[in-house]
Design a protein around this ligand. Structure first.
Ligand code: FMN
Length: 202
């Protein structure tokens, strides 16, 4: 019998794109039989900044009941899939702040030997997608994680074209998450669970 795999999907999203990908990743992982926790990270922005952007404000209200990630969500997981919108080609401060809270767990070696993978979204075409994914991956290497990238391992990956992870181009906020991105998210989740299951089974 194959081992049950615990997957934590941890993300930050201001206007909902990355959250939508996170839900797709979580659903796809669940369909493979994994136990899944879907977690946002804590907001750092001032309420006035959120209120100044209707999409940000609406998303914050709509996801108020999503649990915030804790270190325990990572300790519990065999696989961690993290997502952040790009910020000048880099990880958002909110997700970075969560990463920065993991020092004690890292020091004790508790983040090692898990499978990690990353996803992102950008406003413009390319827009820093790969640099954001690689920046997240940098932390995973420091954890002693086993980074599982989707590569071009399935035909769907030639449609979205990003071997580093799922990445959605919002066209300035006008293009919601579409089938191409959903397929990429599903491929990534299935691949992560497959490797996590094999590693857990020894
Ligand atoms: C401070 C800041 C910097 C950003 N930098 C970039 C960028 O370098 N390239 C880009 O395409 N989009 C950039 N964006 C747009 C966001 O990445 C985009 O709104 C996000 O991917 C949407 O995801 P979300 O709906 O989950 O928040 C930036 C947004 C902000 C607020």
């Amino acid at each position: 019998m194959s081992a049950t795999v615990n997957v934590s999907v941890v993300y930050y999203s201001a206007t909902g794109t990355v959250a939508e990908i996170a839900r797709e990743v979580a659903e796809a992982a669940e369909k493979t039989g994994a136990e899944v926790r879907l977690r946002k990270v804590s907001e750092l922005a001032q309420p006035s900044a959120i209120a100044s952007n209707p999409a940000w404000s609406a998303h914050a209200s709509a996801t108020a009941d999503v649990h915030c990630a804790t270190v325990e969500d990572l300790l519990w997981a065999d696989a961690v899939i993290m997502g952040s919108p790009t910020r000048f080609g880099n990880v958002s401060a909110q997700l970075k702040s969560f990463l920065d809270s993991l020092g004690d767990a890292w020091r004790e070696g508790l983040l090692a030997d898990k499978v990690y993978s990353a996803f992102t979204a950008t406003s413009s075409l390319h827009g820093g997608q790969e640099s954001t994914l690689l920046a997240l991956t940098t932390s995973f290497h420091h954890f002693g994680g086993i980074v599982v990238a989707p590569g071009y391992t399935r035909p769907e990956k030639f449609a979205d074209g990003n071997p580093y992870g799922t990445a959605h181009h919002t066209r300035g906020g006008t293009q919601p998450v579409d089938d191409t991105t959903r397929n990429a998210a599903r491929v990534q989740a299935e691949r992560v669970v497959r490797f996590a299951r094999a590693i857990k089974a020894g």
